[in-house]
Design a protein around this ligand. Sequence first.
Ligand code: UDP
Length: 239
Amino acid sequence: MQQQELLYEGKSKLIFKSDKEDRIIIQFKDDATAFYNIKRARIENKGKMNCDISSMLLGYLNENGVSTHFVEKIDENKQLCRVVEHIPIEVIVRNVIAGSMAKRLGIEEGVVPENTIFDICLRGEELGDPLVNDHHAVALGIATYEELAKIYEISAKVNLLLSELFTKAGITLVDFKIEFGRTESGELILADELTPDTCRLWDMATGERMDKDRFRRDLGRVRETYEEVACRIHNALNK
Ligand code: UDP
């Protein structure tokens, strides 16, 4: 597989064309950003760790009946992925109240809700990824009601599979963000990454944060924590 020109540079990833029309190459960077780019840093090894973690998690989902864009890891910080038409919404799945939901509704972080909560947000930093509902998404032509129903169904399955895996790793999956794409045949599949940048992960034994909140909230040991997450997922997959 040959890497060709750069198609897009994001905050944490570079996307390259490949010599196959239906494949792209994603390179994970060491850059960390938060609060819409206001806080920035370079964290040595983060690209490699996130590539490793995302490859393990997306590979696990592929093997367990959830189609994702991930094809294979081709280098320490690069993945070969399927080309999809990106759907511009972020789906956030919450098992424990934290982050923006705690703030918005005045609920203490750590409260476990009666049911799993699914939020959808429009992708777009200019507007600050606003929370929307299904009717907004349909009215804006982003997805049909049928597609949204499928998106929630897949998101619930992803939550079950990941929660099971993280439990084996001694980690509570507090919340996470996923994105979807349409393949040429119209199939909805998971696209983008699954990493400690896009999930909240709390150590089951100590409650310690094992995700991007270490960076957002200046808790230190970011690199070591991401390495620990990679190691624990690796062990959990081999249990
Ligand atoms: N998240 C993400 N990208 C975003 C917004 C949120 O990956 O643009 C993830 C975030 O890391 C967390 C979950 O989605 O695991 C829920 O985030 P929340 O809505 O609480 O927002 P935050 O507190 O991160 O601002």
